[in-house]
Design a protein. Structure first.
Length: 83
């Protein structure tokens, strides 16, 4: 999931293509990454989860823009989010 999400926000099509064949057949229902505590955090995760994380059945209390900002510090091809 993190590989797919990083490839998406950093605009790395070669890396994204490599994630297409990867799937975790064990995962049947959504899980929180990282774990959340309380109803409010769960509601935030439900509204903020990036699409790539959803494809892997993960819910995150982090928007795609926030993740992109974090990745941009380490990957030169990741554009900073516009504010």
């Amino acid at each position: 999931m993190l590989l797919d999400l990083t490839a998406e926000v950093a605009h790395l099509p070669n890396l994204r293509a490599r994630t297409k064949g990867l799937r975790d057949a064990r995962r049947k229902r959504p899980r929180y990454f990282p774990s959340v505590e309380g109803t409010f955090e769960k509601q935030l995760a439900a509204t903020r989860t990036p699409e790539a994380a959803s494809r892997w059945l993960f819910m995150m209390n982090m928007t795609e823009e926030s993740f992109r900002e974090m990745v941009s510090k380490h990957v030169a091809s990741a554009p900073l989010p516009t504010r």
